[in-house]
Design a binder for this molecule. Structure first.
Ligand SMILES: [Zn+2]
Length: 217
């Protein structure tokens, strides 16, 4: 249940109604986090995240709205209640869509997806960079007839991009570490799993691969 009575919470009977944060302890937060720090992990109807990277998260407002519209099921909660004059809502930490959304077979050809395919690593020098320090490079320069396609565009750092200029790969000796290719949605999802989010609520761990260990049988 996400709705709780205004007059008492069975799970936390001693808590002051005037200070909902008092006395709540979680691993990540010494006190109950403010609502804006309570995003909900969004799972598809098969209980896998809609997206790993960026991780599919909704703000608490979006999540609560979807709950009221009965578009999602609540899988887990925060220890955080938001009040309005007419109701109280325990914020969901994990929700699952009621209707399955199939992944698109051919991911959009975007800068972000090129970076994700190449795991945010310059394909010339092999160094990883934050997104804002990355650019993309045409392996065969556009001035030599190279096209802007999955098969001719790679992730590059600014220095390598500058060094290569408009030269052909074999002329300047800058060969991509792996040949560019059209990735599948599955391949992008797999790459995305390698990037844990900055914030990881403990209720998300069952649905993600990060920081989880299974006990040997
Ligand atoms: Zn580089």
């Amino acid at each position: 249940m996400y709705l709780v009575s205004r007059h008492g919470d069975p799970a936390e009977p001693g808590r002051s109604r005037h200070d909902p944060a008092r006395g709540i302890q979680t691993r990540e937060w010494p006190l109950a986090p403010p609502p804006d720090h309570c995003p909900a992990l969004v799972l598809n109807a098969d209980f896998r995240p809609l997206s790993y990277f960026p991780l599919s998260l909704w703000s608490w407002q979006e999540a609560v709205k979807a709950v009221f519209l009965e578009r999602v099921n609540i899988v887990s909660h925060y220890d955080r209640i938001v009040r309005s004059p007419s109701f109280e809502v325990r914020l969901p930490s994990v929700i699952s869509l009621k209707e399955f959304i199939p992944a698109t077979r051919r991911p959009a050809f975007t800068r972000f997806n090129v970076f994700l395919r190449d795991r945010f690593t310059c394909q010339y020098c092999g160094s990883p960079f934050p997104t804002h320090e990355l650019t993309f490079d045409h392996v065969i320069p556009r001035s030599r007839g190279g096209r802007t396609t999955w098969e001719n565009v790679i992730t590059s750092c600014s220095a390598c991009n500058l060094a290569k200029g408009n030269r052909m790969p074999h002329v300047c000796g800058m060969i991509p570490l792996s040949p560019p290719f059209q990735p599948s949605a599955y391949e992008l999802q797999e790459n995305g799993r390698a990037f844990p989010p900055n914030f990881l609520h403990e209720s998300w761990r069952d649905f993600l691969y990060w920081d989880t260990e299974l006990d040997p049988v």
